[in-house]
Design a protein around this ligand. Structure first.
Ligand code: BDR
Ligand code: CA
Length: 320
């Protein structure tokens, strides 16, 4: 069995990604750790517990950071609804979260389960704080699959994707660390990865509680995505990252580059600057890049995914 630890600002697409991981027969989800992002910490934690409950899972849920490292939280109720789940009045979960803080849980589990896969579906605040607490965990974690970044265009500003934009200082710390990062940017959840109306209907027709929850809770996100991009259908960023985490070959084209996160400019705050032509070590760039990117060797970036396989995996997980 492979061990996964999922860090999440649980809103509607996070919930679907969590359901995919919990349904994977060869994956043991050690924990869900929650962070403020799409919604406040309390709501994210409640949504994570509710998602686990719908899956019949008793995976432990640990609450983490309630705000970004140095900034005020700017949530995404405009995209996911005020409760993060499309405002359908879901009941409170039956279980409570664990007493242990998420930062302590991440550090503990990284040591207890060396080689684990860390999947981040929200702002990187918890991960930055865990690395600051114990930098040794970077070497213990086998893979760190980050849903975040926008090497092409952003979804909050023209330059930045939500998870990186919310807490750019945390993202910078994580991307400067020795973590073996695989970055799944927002761009791979667009185009052919968007679920069409027919594909959405086919998922609803599965008739399971999971399928119903996945589609209903994303109703607001479906409308917001149309307003934002003009594309019709359901774009699921976190599930595309989970598909890559579950099966790396879902990523079709990869390359490895240094990435620096912009933290100073308000115009390009949270931009994931990718050194695609590997010029950051040139004499005229080295000083600025060494300061921004540190000694991190390079992250793997997925440029395209097999959208058909992603959708097959998604449907299989919701059918069970
Ligand atoms: C990311 O931001 C949130 O809206 C989603 O949950 C996803 O993690 C996409 O930019
Ligand atoms: Ca998320």
């Amino acid at each position: 069995m492979r061990s996964f630890l999922i860090d999440t600002d649980t809103a509607s697409d996070d919930a679907v990604a969590i359901m995919m991981a919990l349904a994977a027969p060869d994956v043991w989800v050690l924990a869900l750790t929650t962070v403020a992002g799409n919604v406040g910490l309390e709501q994210a934690t409640s949504n994570a517990l509710l998602t686990a409950e719908i899956c019949g899972s008793d995976v432990p849920v640990f609450a983490g950071a309630g705000r970004p490292l140095i900034r005020a939280l700017q949530d995404a109720h405009w995209f996911h609804g005020y409760d993060g789940l499309g405002d359908h009045g879901y009941p409170a979960p039956k279980r409570r979260h664990e007493r242990e803080h998420a930062i302590d849980a991440i550090v503990r589990l990284a040591h207890a389960e060396p080689g684990l896969t860390l999947v981040t579906l929200g702002p990187l605040t918890n991960i930055a704080l865990a690395l600051a607490r114990d930098p040794e965990i970077a070497a213990k974690i086998g893979r760190c699959v980050v849903m975040g970044g926008a090497p092409c265009e952003g979804n909050v500003t023209p330059a930045a994707e939500f998870n990186i934009w919310v807490d750019p200082e945390a993202a910078r710390a994580v991307f400067r660390s020795r973590l073996k990062i695989e970055m799944v940017g927002w761009h791979v959840s667009r185009g052919a990865s968007v679920l069409s109306d027919e594909e959405i209907a086919a998922i609803e027709a599965l008739g399971t509680a999971k399928a119903h929850f996945a589609i209903q809770s994303n109703s607001r996100a479906r409308e917001a995505y149309h307003t934002q991009t003009g594309e019709i259908g359901l774009s699921l960023a976190d599930p595309t990252a989970m598909a890559v985490a579950l099966d790396r070959t879902v990523g079709l084209s990869w390359s490895r580059h240094r990435i620096a996160i912009e933290t100073q400019s308000e115009l390009t705050r949270g931009m994931t600057v990718v050194d695609r032509l590997n010029v950051s070590a040139d004499a005229n760039n080295a000083e600025v890049w060494d300061a921004a990117a540190g000694e991190h060797e390079a992250a793997h970036i997925v440029w395209t995914i097999d959208s058909g396989r992603f959708k097959t995996m998604l449907k299989a997980a919701l059918a069970a």
